[in-house]
Ligand binder design. Structure first.
Ligand SMILES: *[C@@H]1O[C@H](CO)[C@@H](O)[C@H](O)[C@H]1NC(C)=O
Ligand SMILES: *[C@@H]1O[C@H](CO)[C@@H](O)[C@H](O)[C@H]1NC(C)=O
Ligand SMILES: *[C@@H]1O[C@H](CO)[C@@H](O)[C@H](O)[C@H]1NC(C)=O
Length: 294
C-alpha cells in the first residue's frame, strides 16, 4: 500500500505540474471563453444558453454576463469553492435553486442583475457571509423578497434592488444587514399603504445609506393609483398607520364597525316594534275582555 503511494507520488506531482502549465497557457480554458489569468474565466457575451463545461476548479473570477443562461444547477458551485466573483448579469435566470450558494463562503461579489428572477426566497444567501456586493437590480418580474432573504449576509456593504417590481418589502429583511452602506431601491412600483409606512420610517433613519436619497423613489396611492414622489411625503403622511395596519385592515375594521352598528340599530328597531305591537295587542285584548265582561 505504502510503496504503491510512493510510486504514485511523482506521477501525481507531474500531472499537477502539467495541469498548471496547461492552465497557464490557456489550454484548459473552456471554449468559447477567455482566460486572461490563471484564476479568471471570462465567457461574457458568447451567446451561451447554459453554463460552460470544464471550468477550471480553481477559478476565482467567473464572468458570464450577457448570455442566455437560464439555470444554475443547485450543486454547480460545490466544485468552485474558491470563487470570489460571480458575474451572471444580463442572463435569463428565472429562479435560484435552494442551496445554490450554500458552498460559496468565499464569494465577495455576486451580480444577478438584468435577469428574470421573480422572488428571493428565505435563506438564499445563508452561507455567503463574505459577500460584500450583491446586485439584484433590473429583474422586471422580481416582486417578492422574503423577510429572511438576506439572512447571513453579515459582510454585505452594497445591495442593489432598483428597477424591479417591488411593491412592498419588510423592514426586517434590511435591518438584518449590519454592514450595509449602500442601498438602492429606486424605480420600483411601491404602494404607499400602511405596510410601506414602516419602510418609509426606516428609510428616513437610513438616508445616509441611500446614494440618491429618496429621489427616484415613488409610490402609488392605493385608492386611485396616482404615483407620488417619496420626497413629497413626511412622517406625518403615515401618522394614521401607527398601529401598523394595512389599508385593507382599516377598511375591514371600518366596514365591520358600520355593519355591527347597522345590525344593532335594526335589531333594536325590531325589538322595539315587537314590544310595541305586543303591548298594543295585549291592550286591545284587555279592552275586548273588559267589553265582553260588560
Ligand atoms: C445583454 O446581453 C445581450 C446579449 O449579449 C446584449 O445584446 C445586450 O446588449 C445586453 N444588455 C445589456 C443591458 O447589457
Ligand atoms: C421572463 O419571465 C416571464 C414571466 O415570468 C416570461 O413571460 C418571460 O418569457 C421570461 N423571459 C425570459 C427571457 O426568460
Ligand atoms: C418627481 O420626481 C421626478 C424626478 O425623480 C421629477 O421629474 C418630477 O417633477 C417630480 N414630481 C413632482 C410632482 O415633484
Amino acid at each position: 500500500m505504502l510503496s504503491c503511494c510512493r510510486w504514485l507520488q511523482p506521477l501525481v506531482q507531474a500531472s499537477l505540474l502539467l495541469c498548471s502549465a496547461l492552465l497557464n497557457h490557456g489550454q484548459f480554458c473552456p471554449t468559447p471563453c477567455l482566460c486572461p489569468d490563471p484564476h479568471t474565466v471570462d465567457c461574457s457575451g458568447q451567446g451561451l444558453g447554459s453554463l460552460p463545461d470544464f471550468i477550471p476548479l480553481n477559478v476565482r473570477r467567473l464572468l458570464l454576463s450577457g448570455n442566455f443562461i437560464d439555470q444554475i444547477p443547485a450543486d454547480f458551485l460545490v466544485l468552485y469553492s474558491d470563487l470570489v466573483c460571480l458575474d451572471l448579469r444580463n442572463n435569463s435566470l428565472s429562479a435560484i435553486e435552494p442551496g445554490t450558494f450554500s458552498t460559496s463562503s468565499k464569494l465577495v461579489f455576486l451580480d444577478l442583475g438584468w435577469n428574470n428572477l421573480t422572488e428571493i426566497p428565505a435563506g438564499t444567501f445563508l452561507e455567503s457571509g463574505s459577500l460584500i456586493k450583491l446586485r439584484l437590480d433590473s429583474n422586471p418580474y422580481l416582486s417578492s423578497i422574503s423577510e429572511d432573504a438576506f439572512l447571513g449576509l453579515t459582510s454585505l456593504r452594497e445591495l442593489e434592488l432598483e428597477s424591479n417590481a417591488l411593491s412592498s418589502m419588510k423592514v426586517a429583511s434590511l435591518s438584518q444587514l449590519s454592514s450595509l452602506k449602500v442601498l438602492r431601491l429606486e424605480d420600483n412600483p411601491w404602494v404607499c399603504n400602511c405596510n410601506f409606512a414602516n419602510l418609509y420610517a426606516w428609510l428616513m433613519e437610513n438616508l445616509d445609506r441611500l446614494p440618491r436619497g429618496v429621489d427616484g423613489m415613488q409610490c402609488s396611492v392605493p385608492l386611485d393609483g396616482r404615483r407620488v414622489n417619496l420626497s413629497q411625503f413626511s412622517e406625518d403622511s403615515f401618522r394614521g398607520c401607527q398601529l401598523t395596519l394595512t389599508l385593507t385592515d382599516y377598511l375591514i375594521i371600518i366596514f365591520s364597525g358600520i355593519s355591527v352598528s347597522v345590525a344593532a340599530i335594526m335589531t333594536s328597531f325590531f325589538l322595539a316594534s315587537t314590544v310595541h305591537c305586543f303591548q298594543r295587542w295585549s291592550k286591545a285584548n284587555k279592552t275586548d275582555e273588559e267589553e265582553g265582561e260588560d
